[in-house]
Ligand binder design. Structure first.
Ligand code: KPL
Length: 307
């Protein structure tokens, strides 16, 4: 590869629905991009990626895998793993990161961005969040299932290079000056919908239609509002209204945590409700509903069938 291509190639870590969809967005714009593979894929292997668009049209792309162990330097990294995998996933390719690499963290949850910023203080850390709907039907086969907004912004004081902003803007990510607020607003919504739908094994819409679930939703939103109002950087928007808007817009959908529990996978509870709880504890606020939900989800995770 030429030097120029090395520096402008995006490497995607985490090939779930969002990672696969954003890889396709890069390729659609003819931006060089590679998938970092943990599996024993031969380095440089050419793979086929399939996207089913919202209008049901299907598009195929060729994409190169890059084995984690490959020596190729990485100057642009997009991380789409689950939040709890972030640090270990980046550590696995840390020696390949160039001295001025940019890392985009496009994930649910909060807390992992801070961990990465502390671990790589000299790199440019960018946080991103999206509300687009995507479903992985098979490895590298993704369906775009819902329109949404995707935003990104600097997570630390380090200035984000213009070339990075341009590249991300060309794939429908919108630059925002206050990405932490955007992460926070998404976190508040996830902290209500995800654990409740996971524990009660229901679609998002049932939080509005089942009176007992609606009552639990209201209780949790009230606790979150207490935390929100105690933060000097938060906009103090009432959580319930935002949650209900998403519940209605995604009524028939199953949340990512409901899916994780159903498929006996680890959940992102520590980086969603766990993050809230750490804030509440620091602020000396009582959040019993949140605590109960965390305990209940963690308990579920311990009962997974190990066979
Ligand atoms: O982001 C989501 C998730 O499932 O993780 C919500 C907004 C709750 C939609 O289901």
């Amino acid at each position: 590869m030429h030097d120029h291509t090395v520096n402008s190639t995006w490497y995607i870590l985490g090939c779930g629905a969002i990672g696969t969809l954003f890889a396709a967005k890069f390729l659609q714009q003819s931006i060089h991009c590679r998938l970092l593979s943990r599996h024993q894929q031969p380095d440089q292997q050419l793979m086929r990626l399939q996207v089913t668009h919202l209008d049901n049209s299907i598009e195929h792309f060729s994409i190169n895998a890059s084995a984690v162990s490959s020596p190729q330097p990485i100057a642009r990294l997009m991380v789409c793993t689950k939040s709890y995998q972030t640090l270990a996933a980046i550590e696995s390719i840390a020696t390949r990161l160039t001295a001025n690499a940019s890392i985009v963290l496009l994930q649910n949850g909060m807390g992992q961005q801070q961990l990465i910023a502390e671990r790589f203080p000299n790199l440019t850390i960018i946080a991103a969040t999206t509300s687009v709907g995507a479903l992985l039907n098979a490895p590298l086969e993704v369906s775009h299932t819902g329109l949404g907004k995707s935003v990104f912004g600097a997570f630390t004081e380090k200035k984000v290079p213009e070339a990075i902003i341009d590249s991300l803007s060309s794939i429908d990510l919108q630059w925002v000056p206050d990405v932490r607020l955007q992460l926070w607003n998404k976190l508040k919504i996830n902290a209500v919908i995800n654990p409740l739908t996971a524990l009660y094994n229901c679609a998002n819409g049932e939080l509005a239609t089942k009176p007992n679930l609606y009552r639990k939703t209201v209780q949790l939103c009230t606790e979150i509002d207490f935390i929100d109002r105690a933060l000097d950087w938060a906009p103090h928007c009432p959580t319930l209204a935002d949650v209900m808007a998403v519940v209605e817009a995604t009524a028939g959908n199953y949340s990512s945590m409901q899916q994780d529990i159903i498929h006996q996978r680890p959940t992102e509870i520590e980086f969603i409700n766990g993050y809230l709880q750490r804030l509440a504890d620091n602020l000396k606020l009582e959040t019993p509903s949140n605590q109960k939900l965390i305990a209940a989800i963690l308990l579920r995770e311990t009962t997974y069938d190990k066979s």
